[in-house]
Design a protein around this ligand. Structure first.
Ligand code: ACM
Length: 510
């Protein structure tokens, strides 16, 4: 039996938690009393606990462990929950099904860490410490972006990735599906996007600008059924999958498949094998807008996410400046110069998404350049968050020096090759305030939260990806859910939490 804990060591930190003496024991006699609408949460609890514990947690009206929706608890919002553990009863309640899903991750963390293993654990008693917890997130958007364009990961791995997000109460899985180096999203009407755009001949070794290549073809794409299945899997864990389709830049893979979409229709391009910013971008003729709408129609069919990300960043305008057709388009639209086609293009795309009841999302270069109905991700500079919020944008803070997990987590020479230029250590992630200090209440209210980014130029395997993601994502989850937490307290909770990550097989070493 584990020593009686004197504090709860949950990550993220709950809003209010009181530990009491005693414990509830989950065993073969434990049954679930499942209220109306709480069935999906009960099913998730069983799914998560069965591999290690073997417990069936059958349903029974006399069950000692109650899961209930209670519309009287509206103050808890979408994701909040209350959990009471007593020696002979557990009561988990929320106003909304998602709140129950969050509470279940807390139950999981309250159990001994062996409960998180995927192999049967004999000889462990499944004790829940008695406690009263009321828990409401500080920010609704606690995201994690994974780039599957630079290096593909199969859906079987993405499901595990989602499981790890859900453990940390991450609400948004941002799936970066297309880029210069690969197109992973199937579009029935445009099969070459994945047939041609899903494969590149080789990959650059080392940072952008280096001149060595690995000579190894790389590729992969998803089927529609795989992505739809991933969306359902994530939804059952309270995680929304937000797709990203890059435009009008970062499209070299699409141009390799369909050269007529570019500014030089006669030109044959390869799927890019280099890293960095590519100056080949979409043309601005009608056929291109039709193409984007066809792609986004399919994307909206597969992904119910209210938010659809369309990239928008790092789009050199040199091709438009040189193109007669693009210059004529700029004049016809009354734009001052071809550079303004960027905002015009994203405006058309944003309107299309809004007409279909979705919210467009884009990467902000300055916070002041995207149409105002875009939700923006500020990544270059923290001041852009305030610029964008003051302009009326909803904002997600993705400041690269605090949320880009492709940077090394320390300056230790044993760190694997990473995005050069910076170190983003655990403390930097933990310290990052999504809401700027000088924000007035109205601007502050437009900051939805924060998000971690994992770009995968240098990351080819799940083990490497998880090494970079944890524990830094634990810090981001803490900040996003709990607001500012004490660093020493976070560190001591993380020490305990590391046993959970170990039980899940998350690698501690590269
Ligand atoms: C970005 O880092 N390209 C948003």
């Amino acid at each position: 039996m584990p020593a009686h804990r004197s504090v709860l060591t949950l990550v993220p930190l709950p809003t209010k938690a009181v530990l009491r003496p005693g414990h509830f024991t989950l065993d073969a006699d434990t049954a679930l009393h499942v209220g109306t609408g709480a069935e999906p949460a009960a099913e998730l609890l069983r799914t998560l606990l069965a591999p290690a514990t073997g417990l069936s947690l059958r349903p029974s009206p006399d069950g000692q462990f109650t899961l209930a929706l209670d519309s009287g608890l509206g103050d808890l919002g979408e994701e909040g929950y209350v959990l009471a553990v007593e020696p002979h009863a557990v009561l988990l309640r929320a106003a909304h099904p998602t709140g129950l899903l969050r509470g279940i991750q807390t139950v999981r963390q309250l159990l001994p860490p062996q409960a998180l293993s995927d192999i049967p654990q004999r000889g462990t008693r499944w004790l829940l410490p008695c406690a009263d917890i009321t828990d409401i997130p500080r920010h609704p958007w606690r995201g994690a972006m994974l780039d599957v364009a630079r290096h593909f990961q199969p859906v079987s791995y993405l499901r595990r990735y989602v499981d790890l997000l859900a453990l940390h109460k991450i609400s948004v899985f941002h799936l970066h599906l297309t880029d210069d180096q690969g197109w992973r999203m199937p579009v029935a009407a445009l099969p070459k996007l994945t047939e041609i755009g899903g494969h590149r001949a080789e990959s650059q070794m080392g940072p952008a600008g280096s001149d060595t290549y690995d000579g190894i073809p790389h590729g992969g794409s998803y089927t529609r059924a795989e992505l739809a299945g991933l969306v359902r899997y994530a939804a059952a864990r309270g995680v929304t999958v937000m797709p990203e389709i890059e435009m009008p830049g970062h499209v070299r893979a699409a141009l390799a498949a369909y050269p007529a979409l570019g500014n030089h229709p006669e030109r044959t391009l390869d799927v890019w094998t280099r890293w960095g910013v590519c100056d080949t971008v979409l043309g601005v003729h009608d056929e291109v807008l039709d193409f984007c709408r066809t792609v986004l129609d399919e994307v909206m069919d597969v992904f119910p996410s209210p938010y659809i990300h369309v990239g928008g960043e790092e789009c050199p305008t040199s091709e438009w400046t040189r193109s007669v057709a693009a210059r004529e388009r700029a004049v016809a639209q009354g734009l001052p110069n071809p550079e303004a086609l960027h905002g015009w293009f994203l405006g058309r795309i944003g309107d299309f998404l809004v007409r279909h009841g979705r919210r467009p999302v884009g990467w902000a270069e300055t916070g002041a350049e995207l149409p105002v109905d875009f939700t923006v991700m500020t990544w270059r500079d923290p001041s852009h968050t305030l610029t964008a919020a003051r302009r009326g944008h909803a904002v997600v803070s993705a400041y690269h020096r605090a949320t880009y997990l492709d940077y090394a987590q320390s300056a230790d020479p044993h760190e694997p090759p990473a995005q050069p230029g910076a170190v983003v250590d655990l403390r930097a992630v933990h310290a990052h305030a999504p809401v700027p200090e000088d924000a007035d209440a109205q601007a502050a209210g437009r900051v939805l939260g924060t998000q971690a980014q994992l770009w995968t130029e240098f990351v080819t395997t799940p083990a490497h990806l998880e090494y970079l993601t944890y524990p830094r994502l634990c810090a981001l989850a803490d900040r996003g859910w709990s607001g500012a937490t004490d660093w020493a307290d976070f560190r001591s909770r993380l020490d305990e939490h590391t046993a959970r990550l170990d039980a899940l097989g998350v690698p501690r070493h590269p």
